[in-house]
Design a protein around this ligand. Structure first.
Ligand code: IPM
Ligand code: MG
Length: 369
């Protein structure tokens, strides 16, 4: 199909990372055979695994591997209960994940939430609120806002301490993420709902102004604005009104977790973090949205689907291998339809459902490709 050889840096990380990454690699090897595509997968440590292996959450060798790769398939990092003597700046969340987002200019985070019919029971909303199905793409700005704004520090003041984070967005930052949202909407149901807090925040006013202006370049896409708190409420009241939900970094962090619950489980939600396209190529980091889940790590309980769907997003967005990506997505659908369920999406009252572990779920999906 393609004579190109795509280099993938596979960074499993911590918690359930290694066991779900194992399944994603299983799927990629299957795709490689089935489609004859050149995929070269190299694994490297990151997160606490990086600290254990090389003394740093993002070891130099891991960063170097990422730089010579075409995309990063990322597991998850961060174990809040590990070693409190490691300073917050050196801990995996900041020193590995946020550093990676910054290092590679990953400004656009896509989180597609889809409630499959067969998993209607796993959605916390009543059936009538699910309508004909929930299908939302959260587009989250990932390089600015509260996460990266300066100043950011904690200082001693009389009577205690003072902690400062800064929420800041520039016009070009808002423009580029708005374009991503409108372009994505064109391939879907042609509606963008932009969230902000224009009623109280300066950067919310700018956000709304810029998104409105960029929207005029996409007359075929409907644009709505909604306050972020109202968005949180509307997601549970009437989620079917949303197609593309455009959010700044912090709002997107919160609203995408809420939206994920509507999709049945955080274990079902993949994500793509994309940089600026150059020379027809888009570098990206692809990761499940669910995190390390230390409570179930190493027990063969984790749902590998978010990691597997993240690898499909990688094939599509960074390698342009749309058929192979669709094959993975279809195989996930088929496995769910065939009744395979990890614990998070298992319904004991469904006679066709079969509870399986992480490895067996991966096997079922690989067999369906
Ligand atoms: C996410 C995560 C991260 C974030 C954490 C782990 C730093 O929650 O990707 O949504 O807040 O962005
Ligand atoms: Mg989050």
């Amino acid at each position: 199909m393609s004579s190109k050889n795509f280099k993938i840096a596979a960074l499993a990380g911590d918690g359930i990372g290694p066991e779900v990454m194992r399944e994603a690699i299983k799927i990629l090897r299957t795709v490689k055979k089935r489609f004859g595509v050149g995929l070269e997968i190299t694994e490297a440590p990151i997160g606490w695994a990086g600290i254990d292996a090389a003394g740093k959450a993002l070891p130099d060798a891991t960063l170097a591997l990422c730089k010579r790769s075409d995309a990063i398939l990322f597991g998850s990092v961060g174990l809040p209960d590990r070693d409190p003597t490691v300073r917050k700046e050196e801990r995996p969340e900041r020193a590995a994940l946020l550093r990676m987002r910054k290092e590679f200019g990953l400004f656009a985070n896509l989180r597609p939430v889809k409630l499959l019919k067969a998993l209607a029971h796993a959605c916390p909303l009543a059936k009538e609120r699910q309508g004909d199905g929930i299908d939302i793409l959260v587009v989250r700005e990932l390089a600015g806002g509260l996460y990266f704004g300066q100043p950011k520090h904690t200082e001693e003041i009389p009577g205690g301490r003072r902690a400062v984070d800064t929420m800041v967005h520039t016009t070009p930052e808002i423009e580029r993420i708005a374009h991503v949202a409108f372009k994505a909407a064109r391939l879907r149901r042609k509606k963008v709902t932009s969230t902000d807090k224009a009623n109280v925040l300066e950067n919310g006013v700018l956000w709304r102004e810029v998104v409105t202006r960029i929207g005029t370049q996409y007359p075929d896409v409907a644009l709505d604005h909604i306050f972020a708190d109202n968005a949180a409420m509307q997601l549970v009241l009437r989620p079917t009104q949303f197609d593309v939900l455009l959010c700044e970094n912090m709002f997107g962090d919160i609203l995408s977790d809420e939206a994920a619950a509507l999709g049945g489980s955080l274990g079902m939600l993949p994500s793509a973090s994309l940089g600026v396209a150059s020379g027809g190529k888009t570098f990206g980091l692809y990761e499940p949205a669910g995190g390390t889940a230390p409570d179930i790590a190493g027990k063969n309980l984790a749902n590998p689907i978010a990691q597997i769907l993240s690898s499909a997003l990688m094939l599509r967005h960074s390698f342009g291998l749309d058929d192979a990506a669709a094959a993975i997505e279809n195989a996930v659908g088929k496995s769910i339809d065939a009744g395979y369920r990890t614990g998070d999406i298992f319904n004991p009252s469904d006679p066709s459902a079969r509870k399986v572990g992480t490895g067996a779920m991966g096997d079922a999906i690989a067999a369906a490709i």
